[in-house]
Ligand binder design. Structure first.
Ligand code: SF4
Ligand code: SF4
Length: 111
């Protein structure tokens, strides 16, 4: 019985992605990492079903453990990374409506 309760606090955290998929259409939401807040722990990386979370190139910050970034054109807006980051680590990922994201970042997400 004790074992059953042991991991209860992980209940709402999804399973890591078993199969890597590809985007089929433009998503409603896009994940954005707050790089100043991200610890670079990479806990979110294996959970992304389309494998579009990567570390920021070394030269950008020149620090041993760089934050991560999202390849926006591949993100399907599933929110899994944001849930994982909030539940397990640091709350460094925001989900933005795609049109808001495109205006804010002056970037057009690929269809
Ligand atoms: S889980 Fe959060 S803090 Fe860790 S690398 Fe991902 S975005 Fe950054
Ligand atoms: S929202 Fe989903 S597809 Fe987009 S980066 Fe996060 S886990 Fe990957």
């Amino acid at each position: 019985m004790a074992d059953t309760y042991k991991y209860d606090h992980y209940k709402s955290v999804p399973e890591p992605a078993e199969k890597i998929n590809k985007k089929k259409k433009k998503p409603k939401l896009i994940a954005v990492v707050d790089e100043d807040n991200c610890t670079g722990c990479q806990v979110c990386v294996p959970f992304c079903p389309v494998d579009c979370i990567e570390t920021v190139p070394d030269e950008k910050y020149g620090i041993p453990i760089p934050p991560v970034q999202i390849r926006f054109d591949e993100c399907i807006g599933c929110q899994i990374c944001a849930r994982v980051c909030t539940k397990l680590t640091w709350d460094a990922i925001r989900m933005l409506p795609t049109d808001e994201f495109e205006t804010l970042y002056e970037y057009t997400v690929a269809e």
